[in-house]
Design a protein around this ligand. Structure first.
Ligand code: ITT
Length: 180
């Protein structure tokens, strides 16, 4: 089965987990068009629908975002764009002086089984750090505090608790149940 993503960090997390489920996944590295919508679920489902017109075999994609409570859920569905433009430094600046630092990551996996699309979700709650901390991971990992460490300071341990892990676990479990 193919995992379509342009993001190597996402693929690595998924590959490790898939191995634990004895599921083979292959990386189809490509960018694809993401229709705009306010809900990640809708974006992921529509993206998978568009891709399924070209790619006829089973595949999955994963759409994720960081939602900051004090910023009314920003950057949410625009996380990829915001990361590329203002990055972690920009988020730290936007959050200067703000006491409520609650945030969560959300992931939606959209799976095309050859005929229809199913989605699976995962959420992890945390806080926006006061400064950039840690070198591992990708994207917003160095500013996302889970307990007293950022995801970028947790290394592989992040993969045990991440939003992606939770969504993929639901997805891989559903595949295994159907195979037996
Ligand atoms: P795709 O090709 O799979 O779309 P992408 O990087 O564009 O790759 P998204 O559209 O899902 O991915 O954007 C999600 C962005 O949110 C991503 O670029 C990261 O900056 C951030 N993000 C998502 N999951 C993250 C995680 O586990 N740790 C840190 N940042 C994360």
């Amino acid at each position: 089965m193919k995992f379509i993503t342009s993001n190597e960090g996402k693929f690595r997390e998924a590959k490790e987990l898939a191995e634990m489920f004895s599921i083979e996944i292959e990386w189809l590295r490509m960018e694809y068009e993401e229709p705009q919508a306010l809900e990640l679920e809708e974006i992921a489902r529509k993206s998978a629908e568009i891709l399924s017109e070209k790619i006829k075999e089973p595949f999955f994609i994963e759409d994720s975002g960081l939602f900051i409570e004090a910023l009314n859920g920003f950057p949410g569905p625009y996380s990829s764009y915001v990361f590329k433009t203002i990055g972690n430094e920009g988020i730290i600046k936007l959050m200067a002086g703000i006491k409520n630092r609650k945030a969560y990551f959300k992931a939606i996996v959209a799976y095309f089984d050859g005929s229809k699309i199913k989605t699976f979700d995962g959420i992890v709650h945390g806080e926006i750090a006061l400064e950039i901390r840690g070198r591992k991971g990708f994207g917003f990992d160095p500013i996302f505090l889970y307990g007293d460490r950022t995801f970028a300071e947790m290394g592989e341990e992040k993969n045990l608790v991440s939003h992606r892990r939770k969504a993929l676990e639901k997805f891989f479990t559903s595949i295994k149940v159907r195979q037996h």
